[in-house]
Design a protein around this ligand. Structure first.
Ligand SMILES: NC(=O)c1ccc[n+]([C@@H]2O[C@H](COP(=O)([O-])OP(=O)(O)OC[C@H]3O[C@@H](n4cnc5c(N)ncnc54)[C@H](OP(=O)(O)O)[C@@H]3O)[C@@H](O)[C@H]2O)c1
Length: 279
């Protein structure tokens, strides 16, 4: 069955990989990108199967206009993928106000606004699916990545709540949590805050030395092609669990972090109960 997808951030990485695989199997894709010319080769190969629009997702007015236009011109859209995003790294104290605002606007606010813009359309057509490319970084936290984690933990909370609101309308939600993967994310897609010497010997300094090629990069087991295929396979089935954790590193990190949290919570059982009011 041919289906129609709407995807943000299709110039590289997971967005590009999803777009390529979907077009290859005959689906229609409404692909948005800040630089839509990066899709010229796919447009030449796939013609009308590919619908394109220029979109910086931090422009909420443009985002609403592009979503409305895509539904108007394509009729039905089955899957809406919120993918565009990037990493902002460095100790929280090192980051500039502008860097913080932009990270939240891109990774968190824009995903929320995409959900709000597309929901009335999915509701009116009787259902569909949202796919949020989040991260295992929405389940765990490393130092020198606090703002990235804030956006990814934030979008997890948003979708866990919104999924329950949308279920009665036949709208499914999948939160995808990849581990470190071989996209442009680590190779130029990420931003570092201006360095403070006080953090040079800690995790922030280490990340900077990795970015400068002075230290080996983090292992990146995730294969974007396999990750895109797993996302498509999940979206092909109705329902399914809310979260899709992909990558051996993501699985190990999430298992460890959730186990530790549960054990720490259980250790506080008596204290938690002791603070209830007497009556
Ligand atoms: N790769 C990983 O290790 C990893 C792991 C977990 C989660 N993720 C998540 O996966 C998603 C996709 O990243 P990726 O790994 O595929 O990296 P990528 O290759 O760098 O792709 C990121 C995409 O987002 C786009 N983008 C960034 N800011 C945008 C904006 N304001 N408006 C529109 N498009 C924007 C980029 O467009 P431009 O080309 O115009 O910059 C690019 O198309 C992100 O949400 C990221 O957090 C990645």
């Amino acid at each position: 069955m041919t289906r129609t997808w709407f995807i943000t951030g299709t110039s590289s990485g997971f967005g590009r990989e999803l777009t390529e695989q979907l077009l290859r199997r005959g689906d229609r894709v409404a692909a948005t990108a800040r630089r839509p010319h990066t899709l010229d080769d796919l447009a030449a190969r796939h013609g009308d199967q590919l619908w394109r629009a220029a979109l910086d997702i931090t422009d909420t007015t443009a985002l609403r206009e592009v979503v409305d236009r895509a539904f108007a011109e394509l009729g039905r859209i089955d899957v809406v993928v919120s993918n565009a995003g990037y990493g902002l790294f460095g100790a929280a104290e090192e980051l500039t106000d502008e860097q913080i605002d932009r990270q939240i606007a891109t990774n968190l606010t824009a995903s929320i606004q995409l959900a709000r813009a597309a929901t009335p359309h999915l509701r009116r057509q009787g259902g569909g699916r949202f796919v949020q490319i989040a991260s295992v970084g929405g389940q765990i936290a490393f130092p020198a990545m606090s703002l990235y984690h804030a956006t990814k933990w934030g979008i997890e909370g948003f979708w866990e709540s919104a999924a329950a609101e949308l279920a009665p309308f036949g709208i499914d939600v999948t939160i995808v949590e990849p581990g470190v993967s071989r996209t442009n994310f680590g190779a130029g897609g990420s931003v570092l805050g201006p360095p403070l010497p006080e953090y040079a010997d800690g995790p922030s300094g280490q990340l900077r030395r990795m970015a400068a090629g002075e230290l080996p990069p983090l292992p990146a087991p995730g294969d974007p092609a396999k990750i895109a295929a797993a996302i498509i396979a999940r979206a092909d089935q109705a329902g399914g669990p809310l979260r899709l954790t992909l990558g051996s590193d993501a699985y190990a990190l999430a298992t460890d972090a959730l186990g530790n949290r549960l054990r720490a919570l259980e250790a506080q059982r008596e204290l938690a109960h002791s603070t209830d009011a007497d009556s």
